[in-house]
Design a protein around this ligand. Sequence first.
Ligand code: ABU
Length: 365
Amino acid sequence: MSLVNSWTEWGTLEEVVVGRADKACFPPIEPNFMQPNLHHKQIEEWLTWPEGRKKKEVIERANKQLDTLVDILEGEGVTVKRPASVDHCVETKTPSWSVKTQYGTGCPRDVMITLGNIIFESNMAKRSRFFEYLPYRNIVRDLWRRDKKMQWKVMPKASFDDDCFDVDFWTREKTVGDRRYTLTEKEPIMEAADIIRCGIDIFIQKSLVTNDAGIEWLARELTDKFRVHKMCFPQNLNPVHIDATFIPLRPGLCLTNPDRRPDKESAQLWLDNDWKFIEAPQPAFDTPPPFCLCSKWLSMNMLSLSPTKVVIEENEKPLLSLLEDNGFDVIGIPFRYVYEFGGALHCTTWDIRRDDSCKDYFPNQ
Ligand code: ABU
């Protein structure tokens, strides 16, 4: 039996990794993180971005919500694994740069992805996240030893020298459709949360953390195994990860973000294959919690347990109704304390095994 098998975002979930808030730090200012958005004007006026370790109480309350997720998943019969608990408040350096601290282990999804029988480690886009794969290595090594069909692929580490970054991004005026972000094309760079999986087809967006070279690297690496498609959501001037933008819920049904619609070219393949788009309702809150680096659209960042069951944040009542109206069982859990550790329910998980296979959901292409 394969221990590693996950081809879609919605197959029945059998084994998953849930992140930890332990020993996390505020991400340090660096070329790919120069203007943190505090989301709250008043806070921005009196606060400079903090550095160093997050407070013990803040870590504990997030860990409590992560533990609740673990309990729910285990109650649903899902095997849950956790990354190693490591201290991120250590200086990180290579011969050409250093940053004061690392970040955290809250978001396995950003680093790790299962593509069929391949476990894939992305190389990340921030210096402070250079070593973020390490807390997952125990899990990967164990699976690799036990599942003889599993493949383990690691993206080449980027140098993250200054010329990997276009720091003018932070000051120039942004225009719809520009598609120039913080990364240059010097080296392939990618974060796994910019990918969504639908059987043999994989969709990926260019963003502040994934460049065109990263997408090309992935496409070449997966030739003959997957069809890799670029997607673009031109209204999003600061794209970071696709999983609060475009969420395939089950074959033929996709949740879309009304502020970030796919462009015509990106939408065409879905429409040609009879997928239906439903728009997410406005989130329950106008802003994410302070120190959260994501947008209010974490509301959409759900974890699918199967093609008929999902877990969402408990405050997102309009989303709950929409999903129920579309035939889903919805489990709502408290999760907002986790948001400042990098994201919501999709971000903080990495599925290792789902009951699904390499199907073609887009025969018409
Ligand atoms: N990592 C998911 C968050 C993306 C967003 O805020 O749009």
